[in-house]
Design a binder for this molecule. Sequence first.
Ligand code: AOS
Ligand code: ZN
Ligand code: ZN
Ligand code: ZN
Length: 423
Amino acid sequence: YNQIEKHNDSLLTSHQRKLNFLKEEWSHVDLESVIQKLVDFQIAIPSWALGTGGTRFGRFAITGGEPRTIEEKIEDVGLLHALNGASGAISLHIPWDIPQNAEALKNLASSYGLKFDAMNSNTFQDQAGSAHSYKFGSLQNVNKDIRKQAIDHNIEVIKHGIALGSDALTVWLADGSCFPSQLNFRKSFENTLESLQEIYSALPDDWKMFVEYKAFEPNFYSTTVGDWGQSLLYASKLGKKAFTLVDLGHHLPNANIEQIVALLLMEGKLGGFHFNDSKYGDDDLTAGSIKPYQLFLIFNELVEGMDAKGMNHAKDLGWMIDASHNVKDPLEDLLQSVEAIMIAYAQALLVDRKSLIAAQENNDVAKAQEILQHTFRSDLRALVAEARLRANAALSPIGLYRDLSVRTQLVKTRGLGTVATGL
Ligand code: AOS
Ligand code: ZN
Ligand code: ZN
Ligand code: ZN
């Protein structure tokens, strides 16, 4: 009789009441298969979201208990996964994480039921002891030696990933320019493409390369992978293992992200996501904290498009969180993000697809909106909770996390220190 079971028993009656209500409300739908899809769905946690967060203006330590090693980061994600049953993977970053003994890390991860998701390279910071600076870009650089250093780093990251059993490389480049005429757009693109091609040729056959785009920051005039069009150009030229990665915070204001997602998916070039939320730019706030309707609309396109192509929701795209904060306990924050993503997914699964298609075919605009908002405005939290229950996780992950004073325990074992890495 462990702590999770005890916690669940205390909430079971109220959970059953809410679930039964949903079962009645949605009796025309195969809720069992919806719940199973929710059980199967896993979202990777980035190693850099577990500790000190912040912005370029300052970084602030969390309240303590920050993971000091990869092992402790794996432990933290293991804890999240035990609580919500939906965080079954960790996304590592090189060199903020340097795996020393891959075999031991793999064993540790699998003891928590975790896999290694996409590996992240870093050519946006200069590393101590490296020969060249990325001040004027990495894969785009006019200097071939600098490009080579960045290429070699990415190949190194692939090797770490192979040893850990990962099967994807995410490339996010800070490359770009701050002033008009600083660089030649075409040459920067060509250099970047050529560099990516070299990295691509080091990719194992069963791997994917995710080309992440970002509208601006740290460069403020141009970005060399600045939007989905540019990312799609690289991914198309690279080949069938290359895909576009959509970070929800990487668009210009008011971009229609759900439409971007639908078209990338249609083209077979959508690789995956960095989930987060934002009000202004790359704010990296908790998923669903600002625009939950947008998150739902994105999942609505995903479910529709993936089903049309017969894709496996859980396996065929990369689902990752990319967040960084300094005002919340990062573990609570990540539990909130995963919950928001699961709710949006559940809502999308319940959209009355047939009626929606009919409404679209009849140009019945009001009906189409009614259909979408009916599920968006339905409280489906009990379905997500039921999926957790079936995965032997907690009915209320944050509730249990607080009841057990997990952070206080972590402070006791790990201390108050901070290990400042991350953006
Ligand atoms: C940067 O803005 C991107 O979102 C990156 O995906 C990420 O934050 C970074 O690569 C951390 O490794
Ligand atoms: Zn990102
Ligand atoms: Zn970002
Ligand atoms: Zn972001």
